[in-house]
Design a protein around this ligand. Structure first.
Ligand code: 5RP
Length: 267
């Protein structure tokens, strides 16, 4: 368990840059993730770990790649289905072991129609993970109707930790430090919908880290950026090198120019 967990949260600084590319499991071919392999490949060298489903892992990641895998194992619903919270566990522990994953990820929907079912899923997954030493990441607060404030997110994260999750993912909010304080396990943040300005992503990351986040599990704000490699490098500089927003933005601008040049040459 410790060995796998240390592949997710770096033991030297207690932080992580997890690249999320699991969106298709309920959103379908999301913009800029239509062909996962194309999105993932250039970003892999800068990701500490990769969060995805087994379908995308099998088809879009070279098995010789040594990036730690965070396998999403909940789903069976879609954006046009009856209710987003009606999830089940979609992958057996045996398949997760066979795929040599470092962590399992599951959504919980606190306060929604299928709250009980998703929390029971989490408890079952933790039991299975504990049997084989595989940590579990609980993903909180995905869905449209949730009020993403410290009270709600704090509740969701605490419930996840109490049920045995080893790591929780949530959204940044005002008084985020309260969410972190109330969680018995490390908290990482999702990026959410693409933000308008590049610097906003860096500010979000910086504020979350300053207020106690152990890192990011970020998707759209990286790969929907016009300059995804520059963006992941800049986010990484905040998480692992304690860069300020200004330092990270300067790095982004420098890397963006390199990225622009290399795409022009490739074309
Ligand atoms: C969806 C997820 C995503 O991985 C998560 O929301 C992170 O991605 P983004 O930064 O695009 O929000 O778990 O259920």
């Amino acid at each position: 368990m410790k060995n796998r967990f240390s592949r997710i949260i770096r033991p030297d600084d207690g932080r992580c840059v997890m690249l999320a590319v699991d969106h298709g499991y309920f959103l379908g071919p999301t913009e800029k993730l239509e062909v996962p392999q194309r999105t993932i490949k250039p970003l892999l060298p800068y990701a500490d770990s990769l969060m995805l489903t087994r379908g995308v892992l099998r088809t879009s990641v070279n098995p010789s790649t040594n990036v730690p895998i965070v396998l999403r194992v909940s789903g069976a619903t879609s954006i046009v289905g009856e209710d987003l919270s009606k999830e089940t566990i979609t992958t057996s522990i045996e398949d997760a072991i066979k795929l040599n994953v470092s962590c399992l990820a599951i959504s919980i929907f606190v306060g929604s129609k299928y709250e009980h079912q998703t929390l029971a899923n989490l408890a079952t997954l933790v039991d299975n993970g504990e049997k084989y030493g595989i940590p579990v990441l609980a993903v909180t607060a995905v869905g449209k109707e949730m009020v993403r404030d410290a009270r709600y997110l704090g509740l969701a994260c605490r419930v996840a930790g109490e049920l045995g999750a080893h790591l929780v993912k949530t959204y940044y909010c005002e008084h985020f430090e309260k969410v972190v304080e109330g969680s018995p396990v490390p908290v990482i943040i999702a990026g959410g919908k693409k933000l308008e300005k590049d610097v906003d992503v860096l500010e979000l990351t910086f504020n979350a880290i300053r207020e106690g986040a152990a890192g990011v599990d970020m998707g759209r704000n990286i790969w929907q950026s016009e300059y995804p490699v520059a963006m992941i490098k800049a986010v990484r500089s905040i998480v692992h090198e304690n860069f300020s927003v200004k330092e990270a933005y300067d790095l982004f601008v420098k890397e963006k120019n390199n990225e622009r040049k290399s795409t022009t040459i490739t074309r």
